[in-house]
Design a binder for this molecule. Structure first.
Ligand code: NOJ
Length: 564
């Protein structure tokens, strides 16, 4: 037994240093639209490597890359055939390793997307399941359910061979196991072997028919994903963004979803697939795994739930972050921002983790367009970005948000989004290649190899007016505003004006002035009404557009205020 110290040991009041991710701003890269290194019109790893200095110069802490693993690209890579490799469309594993070490040398962390809810219908384990037939252990890795014999010559593209349309329902026998709908539109079930009298199984796909859902009640699935996580963590990847993190488990027995008037809305309103309690065990296990590494790896969840439910995924032994989706969906409405802000703060107080803010990603209409479009929309998007970067917690920005890119109305014949093909909204408008140069040659600088095939999504005319090149030369540009905000944010963390204990106290003052008091020293104010309003007392550290009037804040402007 060790002797007791003779003198009492003084307790030091020094709080532990916050983990890096608590203050982080992460830049989302959608690789196929970021930079095209080989001139084939599709962005790739070589392009991203060449443009890493641009990302580092923004002043962000890291990059989240959406999937680049081998895939038939039915859902632009969210249909994976091999979780531990690189699709030749994007490059090679050597290039990924080089990207990782170059990013680290520039002080940028790398987060990858992991897609654990579903794989591609071309994944070898799904192919093996189809081949093995009804009742086999191979089929138990997925959700196969036997149905009545289907002798129709079904044109349901939703078959195990993979295409994406809803198909026809023209036989009395063509009745799927339950009423669940795909998030992309149409039913969530397709036949394993259409037209077969001996194999009458259906398989579940919450997204397109090319994306069969894994059966997480089979422990072999969990073991398989442990291997996937280890593979990337061993390589030195700093963290993972978890796709559809709240949908992995389905209610036992796969019961019908309660529906009104026959309408069942995909995932969100289907309690049988969304937010099942068993899913939390997965994230406890993944957190344990992430903490076996030094430094600990980060887990950030796509948990598209209301704040109180989403916060349960960031309890101390689960993920460190989950996106604040309630915030992502807001329009230009001070009262709604304050209500959601206070809900998120209440959730933080209950479960400890600060919100993870985002206004845009590759699935969502660009904020310029959501906030009114045109000049008005872009002024508001600047203000919203300034607000976002001042809020307590981590923030994610999506490539092009720093340029205040608008949503593009992609011509119907050029649209490729499977959600659009199945009758849902089209997400291509937020995925158009970035404009790097004013000049339209080389796809506005998107293609770097000296040759340039047509880009995978067409860019609209006038795209160069938003270009990086043009904005770098304009001191008042959104790009330079983003860099200034990120630099200031860093200093405020360094000077402990921003701390990991900050919470948000939100309110609306007369004239629709939105206030978020981060702590006793700092607040964010956004003028969301139609008239100028009184500026809160204190020193303005940052303004989205220059202040036009002493003591007043013009409509659609946002400021950071150091309180007196
Ligand atoms: C969310 C991803 O962000 C989206 O792009 C994808 O289509 C679905 N999950 C399915 O993986």
């Amino acid at each position: 037994m060790s002797a007791r110290p003779v003198c009492p040991v003084e307790e030091t009041a020094v709080a532990p240093a916050p983990d890096w991710w608590q203050s982080a701003v992460i830049y989302e890269v959608y690789p196929r639209s970021f930079a095209d290194g080989d001139g084939d019109g599709v962005g790739d790893l070589a392009g991203l490597i060449a443009r890493l200095p641009y990302i580092a110069a923004l002043g962000v802490d890291g990059i989240w890359m959406t999937p680049f693993q081998p895939s038939p690209q039915v859902d632009q890579g969210y249909d994976v055939t091999d979780y531990c490799d690189v699709d030749p469309l994007f490059g090679t594993m050597e290039q990924f390793e080089s990207l990782l070490s170059k990013a680290h040398a520039l002080g940028l962390r790398i987060l990858l997307d992991v897609v654990p809810n579903h794989c591609s219908s071309e994944h070898p384990l799904f192919q093996a399941a189809v081949a093995a037939g009804p009742g086999s252990p191979e089929r138990d890795m997925f959700h196969f359910v036997t149905g009545p014999v289907d002798m129709t010559d079904d044109d349901d593209a939703g078959s195990a061979s993979g295409a994406a349309s809803g198909g026809s329902i023209d036989s009395a026998n063509d009745v799927p196991p339950n009423n669940w709908q795909s998030v992309f539109g149409g039913r969530a079930w397709s036949r394993a072997t259409p037209g077969s009298a001996t194999d009458t199984d259906w398989y579940l796909h919450l997204f397109s028919a090319g994306q069969p859902d894994w059966n997480w009640r089979n422990p072999a699935v969990g073991d398989y994903f442990d291997g996937v996580l280890r593979f990337w963590f061993d390589k030195g990847v700093d963290g993972l963004r978890i796709d559809v993190a709240h949908a992995l488990f389905k209610a036992d027995g796969l019961p019908d979803s309660p529906s009104t008037g026959g309408v069942v809305d995909g995932l969100r309103s289907n309690p049988q697939v969304s937010d099942q309690e068993d899913v939390h065990e997965v994230y406890r296990r993944w957190r344990t795994l992430a903490e076996k590494y030094e430094p600990h790896r980060l887990l950030v969840g796509e948990v598209n739930l209301e704040p109180a439910r989403a916060a349960r995924y960031t309890r101390a032994d689960e993920m460190q972050q989950a996106f604040a989706f309630a915030f992502v969906k807001l329009g230009w409405d001070a009262e709604a921002w304050a209500a959601v802000g206070n809900e998120l703060e209440a959730a933080r107080q209950l479960h400890g983790a600060a919100p993870t803010w985002a206004l845009e990603n590759h699935d969502i209409v660009r904020s310029v367009t959501r906030f009114g479009g045109g000049e008005l929309g872009s002024v508001r998007a600047r203000a919203a970005l300034v607000a976002l970067l001042g809020l307590p917690g981590a923030a994610y920005i999506y490539q092009g948000q720093e340029l205040v890119l608008p949503e593009v109305d992609v011509p119907v014949e050029a649209r490729v989004d499977p959600m659009w093909a199945r009758g849902g909204v089209c997400r291509d408008g937020a995925r158009v290649p970035l404009p790097w140069t004013d000049d339209a040659t080389m796809n506005h600088g998107f293609s770097l190899a000296g040759t340039a095939a047509e880009p995978w999504l067409p860019v609209p005319s006038g795209w160069g007016t938003h270009s990086v090149e043009r904005q770098e030369q304009d001191p008042q540009s959104a790009l330079n505003l983003t860099k200034t905000a990120l630099e200031l944010r860093r200093q405020l963390w360094k000077n402990e004006i921003f701390t990991a204990n900050d919470g948000g106290s939100w309110r609306v003052e007369p004239g629709h002035l939105l206030i978020c008091e981060r702590n006793e020293h700092f607040l964010v104010a956004v003028a969301m009404g139609a008239e100028p309003v009184q500026l809160p007392a204190g020193t303005v550290l940052l303004s989205a557009v220059p202040l036009a009037e002493e003591g007043r804040l013009q409509p659609n402007n946002a400021v950071w205020v150091l309180r007196g």
